[in-house]
Design a binder for this molecule. Sequence first.
Ligand SMILES: [Zn+2]
Length: 416
Amino acid sequence: MRFWLFAVLLVPMIVHADDTATRAQKLHAASIVVDTHLDAPDQLARKWADVAERGATDHFDLPRARQGGLTAPFFSIYVAASYADHGAARRALELIDLTHRVVDGHPRDMVMATSAADIRAAKQANKIAVLMGIEGGHAIEDSLGVLREMYRAGVRYMTLTHTNTNHWADSSGPFYEPDFDPKKSAVHNGLSDFGKNVVKEMNRIGMIIDISHVSDATIRDVLAVSRAPVMASHSSCRALSSIPRNLTDEQIKQIASKGGVVMINVGSAFLDQKVYDQFVATLAKVKPEYMKLKAQYASDPAKLRDEMTALAKRQGTPPRAQWTKVVDHIERVIKVGGEDAVGIGDDFDGIEDVPIGFEDVSMYPKLTEELLRRGHSEAQVKKVLGENFVAFFTRVEAVRGKLANEPPNTAVYSEK
Ligand SMILES: [Zn+2]
């Protein structure tokens, strides 16, 4: 009898839950889902795999991307700091080639894309539109000609720095090193004069400016110089986790007021202050041993890296954030910058500390359902999933159109 009563009480709740779940499923399937930062190329360069097979990379493959309803990932043309002044453009070109090979190998599922219209067309054709973004401005080897050639090769955004300050833009630095000191990365007080020319030329050709990884001073300069709206392709909110890679509320406001977008990184340290605090505490703890290793293997960076990995492993498994924090960050950007300023740039395949419950590209539908449950309208959810990015990309393309009569920038980098 009591059980029967219990069952009757539960029925309305179950029906309600199914309602939202069904609504979320339908909405998600109809939505354009953009992810502005996926590091699959770097993983595939280390270990080639067929993306049609489950587990091709840590967080990406076609079965999981289809399950997640993914429309348009940006494959990251990630050029590690170690390539700076050592074949950086070559590395970028190799990853561009790799991306084309991945897409060419799966013409029924994937198509290369270079415009907002291409993304919409891919959705219509039920294909995954693959776009490319360079991570690390050192990839253009201080040449605006190389920058233009990267655009012609199909690249549509460039992160001005990685964790290394390059010859014309300051980075926020290698925050994961035990002796991290942001002052060491502050060389130009933001953008140098040549860096400002890079930004202006990116505006002219229609290359999206990505300010993830750059220093606060560089963000300030970019916002002052750029004639197009700008993007943070994989950064979250510093108000919720104070990792230097995240953005302050003020920065989010300024990016949004210029028509830009903040694409949320799902790394646990980016999402959760407690996880980041623990990370910082661990760095402090290992610092003495790290300094010893650094001195010992000063001339052998590969060995130092191995020793550092072993040292990190000995500290045990770091804590992970709960996946609903991703939605907290989305809501923070909406609150601070408005509902047009946010999207997803999860950094899959580039992070190891994925949140619990959001482990790979199959998980995007959970965001849709959770946003609906928190009372966001279907139109708002569609914006977060991809419409905001597509509208932003269209605004960048419009600036290119407006600047069509401007001659190519002939500025030349010179060492002071
Ligand atoms: Zn990154």
